[in-house]
Write a protein of this length. Structure first.
Length: 446
């Protein structure tokens, strides 16, 4: 689901708003479709009737930064049998049957057989989720699966929407575009700067697929491929693209499932400087200037103002994970880290902080406005303000824009007198982000 933010417009200080096998296979479906688990690429062997996909095509790397290893889904698994199944999935998804499955519009992947290991349906669902939690670049697998459990073995059958050759051709497109993005993340960026760079590229690259309601409508919209190559995706596609690109520049990230605006939703948890934060790229589009930062590096309490995080699988019963004839399977997470730090929140880190209405604060604000105007290339541009802890938020906003000395407009007047810039003081709009103690101000030059 998509949330687009708008602003309040100020005209002369007056505000108006606009707003597989000898066993019988059973069927299952994961709640959602989809870095390689090991840094050692396995040797591809040949299986009769299967096309061996060259996984090296999806080798997306930065010239300047080492890739992050994504394996917390694997590490979350509670038994050796589950971990063995995970590794077999990592082999299976790169072997695609040369012919479509009988009576279906999908292709079998290499059947997974666990000899001497018995996994329940719930455990299989968890393993599949854990694998795709760690592998955002695997975008061709259907969310339906089949399985069979005997007294001494387990069989799992996954399916591919694409033929093996189609996967390779599309993977070349994805890798080319992804590497083009990564190549522009220059040398010497710290973790926050890399994260911010990738965030902006994802938002710019993708439009929300309003017409897609289920995987049957357009499965690619749920994938990194749909988000980057097709330029259209739902929240899962945004999340997987963000994760994939972040990992290429050395930043660990995972998708998080939950609810936003009363709908099923996915966003990311991201680790920088040893702390975890939440980021929602789907909700990062601003109608005024394209990208917004309301959901960039949030703590849990900030996120939970309008997001609900689904439980970890370990907190659910097998029946809740699998569902029954009366109730659907419950959506669950594999990774839900503690997100307690706020120091890398965008408004605290990148906005101009106003602690009072002193000359020093005025000088800082003027410098931020002038810098933003000079980088705007004549287009409408934002200035991001963070209200420091020394001031009550509502009081500060009131005195910045609506009463007293109209502090912000006083800054504009001085800039127009002192600088070789003319900012239209009658075409100013603002958007309050009280949960971040932030204000977005949108300006234009005359």
């Amino acid at each position: 689901m998509k949330k687009i933010v708008t602003a309040l417009v100020l005209f002369c200080f007056v505000v108006s708003s606009f707003a597989g096998c000898d066993l019988t296979l059973s069927h299952g479906s994961t709640e959602h479709p989809h870095e390689q688990f090991s840094t050692t690429v396995p040797v591809q062997v040949q299986y009769e009737g299967f096309y061996s996909v060259d996984r090296s095509i999806l080798d997306i790397k930065s010239e300047y930064y080492s890739s992050a290893e994504l394996n917390r889904g694997y590490e979350s698994l509670e038994s050796e049998a589950m971990r063995i199944c995970y590794k077999k999935i990592d082999n299976s998804v790169y072997y695609i049957a040369k012919e479509k499955s009988a009576g279906k519009e999908v292709y079998n992947t290499l059947k997974i057989t666990l000899q001497g290991q018995v996994l329940s349906e719930a455990e299989l669902r968890v393993v599949i989720s854990a694998y795709f939690c760690d592998h955002p670049q695997v975008y061709w697998i259907d969310n339906n699966f089949e399985y069979a459990v005997g007294s001494t073995k387990t069989v799992l059958q996954l399916f591919s929407f694409m033929s093996g050759r189609e996967i390779e051709l599309s993977a070349e497109k994805l890798s080319k575009k992804a590497n083009e993005v990564i190549s522009k993340a220059g040398r010497g960026l710290d973790e926050y700067e890399r994260e911010l760079f990738i965030h902006d590229r994802v938002v710019e690259a993708c439009d929300y697929a309003e017409d897609v309601k289920s995987i049957q409508d357009d499965y690619k919209a749920f994938t990194a491929y749909g988000a980057l190559v097709d330029g259209r995706a739902v929240c899962e596609g945004y999340s997987r693209l963000f994760q994939m690109l972040l990992s290429a520049v050395g930043i660990e990230s995972y998708g998080v499932l939950g609810v936003g605006s009363y709908e099923l939703h996915m966003w990311n948890c991201v680790e920088i400087y040893g702390d975890w934060y939440y980021v929602d790229t789907t909700w990062a589009e601003d109608k005024e200037v394209g990208v917004c930062y309301d959901y960039f590096n949030l703590s849990t309490d900030q996120l939970e103002i309008d997001h609900v995080i689904n439980p970890l699988y370990s907190e659910l019963t097998d029946e809740q994970i699998c569902g029954n004839e009366w109730t659907a399977p419950k959506s669950f997470n594999v990774i839900v880290p503690e997100c307690n730090d706020k120091s890398q929140n965008y408004y605290q880190k990148s906005a101009v902080t106003i602690d009072d209405f002193s000359q020093e604060s005025k000088d800082k604000l003027k410098e931020a406005i002038v810098g933003a105007a000079q980088n705007s290339a004549g287009e409408r541009f934002p200035v991001y303000i963070h209200i420091g802890t020394g001031m009550y938020y509502d009081y500060a906003v009131e005195n910045l824009f609506y009463s007293g000395e109209y502090f912000f407009f006083s800054c504009l007047d001085e800039i127009n007198e002192e600088e070789n810039i003319s900012i239209d003081r009658y075409n100013v709009s603002i958007r309050r982000i009280g949960s971040m103690a932030g204000v977005n101000v949108y300006l234009s030059t005359e």
